[in-house]
Design a protein around this ligand. Structure first.
Ligand code: CMC
Length: 427
């Protein structure tokens, strides 16, 4: 028998199996706890709870390690492409040349949207946040692609996964085009996944759009950096929505809604807005002091992480990609200097050192995305686009698990105990 964890409750002793993963902390299997003890565990925010078994992504937050199917994020960012990383996440292994070509071809051939969806966009106000449009349009896909919503059929699951990954750049670019009042552009199958997205976003029908290879490479790398991140809030949302048997388009729309929040995917937008508000390096100390002040709700956006208690490895790649983009476009941004100085001051401050708060993936991404030409409102949309592959891979993993159950947490109830209804004229 393997390791057991002992627990005493209500005067009796209980033993629970300790399960071992391939790497990382062991977990105590408490599935029988309620049946045996009549007690639940209490873990708001899931800080000590593994919600599922997964073979996709591993994070060692203390060491700053992020692996997809075992491959370090730094190696994937340097040598792989977003399409190859997507194949890896979905299928478990890196593809052969032929497998990659077939996968890219399949994704390319699913990039067009049902024409009727273009009219759906026109129902939104022009000043709608593109994330609001994304939530609506992605949810609406289930009303258009009925032939891929039977989640019990692996072929349906595969087609809906490919559709979601393929259509997300088209949906995102259209959300942008709608907000600036320019015509939608159809996908161009000659271009790469990322090149196509850049053209649909920044091109116009009146002119030939030339994809700048360095920008295409940087954008593709940014997509790789956001592809998956274990059981974060939006991924857990997708899994929870999917656990009831909801169709994949609805589940991914739920993930997008969760990602929108400023503590999660919305942090890149918030980080850039914060850097703009700080403006020049001489004002940094004031904001550092505010971040440390418990009576002030202000936090340094792009700093800190639930899992990383070390430098986020994605932030390292992001910083070097930023320099490459500046060089390729021959631009610079004074906010980069402010960001570098802010990082330096924060990292030498005991408050941030003690709490192990380091820059996360969002700290530098906003500066790169603005240099490429995206407005801040599009930042989280780009995160959603890339994370779709992670959501879809995690959703597939969950549905394929024969032990899968509907997610149904319990609670510690602190409300009134039973009482009798009093008619309104007697209250
Ligand atoms: N600035 C100042 N103080 C902070 C910050 C920050 N950015 N982040 C955490 N702290 C403090 C917090 O006040 C708390 O202090 P104390 O223990 O004295 O109460 C301590 O550090 C622990 O923070 P927490 O909120 O309990 O930690 P958490 O794991 O619940 O939160 C977080 C993680 C990412 C929500 C938080 O660090 C944060 O709000 N960061 C800013 C938003 C951000 O950059 N989010 C992007 C995350 S990476 C992208 C993604 O995966 O979506």
């Amino acid at each position: 028998m393997g390791d057991q964890a002992k627990l005493s409750a209500g005067g009796a002793d209980f033993e629970y199996p300790v399960l071992k993963g391939s790497v990382g902390p062991d977990v105590i299997d408490i599935r029988k706890l309620y049946g045996q003890t009549g007690k639940f565990t209490f873990d708001p925010g899931f800080t000590s709870t593994a919600s599922c078994e997964s073979a996709l992504t591993y994070i060692d937050g203390d060491e700053g390690v992020l692996l997809h199917r075992g491959y370090p994020i730094g190696q994937l960012a340097e040598h792989s492409s977003f399409m190859e990383t997507s194949y890896l996440l979905l299928n478990g292994e890196l593809p052969s040349k032929d497998e990659l070509a077939t996968f890219e071809n399949t994704i390319t051939r699913h990039t067009m949207l049902h024409e009727q969806l273009a009219t759906f966009y026109r129902g939104f106000r022009r000043d709608a946040h593109p994330m609001a449009i994304m939530c609506g349009v992605v949810g609406a896909l289930s009303a258009f692609y009925h032939d891929s919503t039977d989640i019990a059929d692996p072929e349906h699951r595969k087609i809906s996964s490919h559709r979601l990954i393929a259509k997300m750049p088209t949906i995102a670019a259209m959300a942008y085009k709608y907000s600036v009042g320019q015509p939608f552009l159809y996908p161009d199958n000659k271009l790469s996944y990322t090149g196509n997205f850049l053209r649909m976003t920044f091109g116009v029908p009146a002119e030939e759009y030339e994809v700048i290879p360095a920008v295409e490479k940087a954008m593709d790398r940014i997509f790789i950096l956001h592809a998956d991140h274990e059981q974060n809030a939006s991924t857990s949302t997708v899994r929870l929505a999917g656990s009831s048997g909801a169709n994949p388009f609805a589940c991914i729309a739920a993930g997008i809604a969760c990602l929108w929040g400023p503590a999660h995917g919305g942090a890149n937008e918030a980080a850039l807005n914060m850097l703009k508000e700080i403006g020049t390096p001489d004002r940094i100390q004031h904001y550092i002091d505010r971040a440390k002040d418990k009576s002030d709700p202000f936090r340094l956006m792009g700093f800190g992480h639930r899992v990383y208690k070390n430098y986020d490895p994605r932030a390292t790649v992001m910083q070097s990609t930023l320099r490459e983009v500046f060089e390729a476009l021959n631009v610079t941004d004074p906010l980069f200097e402010t960001a570098l100085r802010l990082e330096e001051i924060a990292l030498s401050d005991p408050y941030f050192a003690e709490k192990k708060l380091f820059p996360n993936v969002d700290f530098y991404s906003g500066i790169i995305l603005s240099a490429i030409g995206f407005p801040t409102t599009m930042f989280t949309v780009l995160f959603a686009l890339a994370r779709t592959v992670g959501w879809v891979a995690q959703w597939n993993e969950m549905i394929s698990d024969p032990g899968q159950k509907i997610g149904r947490p319990r609670q510690l109830y602190t409300g009134p105990t039973q009482r009798d209804y009093v008619p309104v004229d007697k209250r």
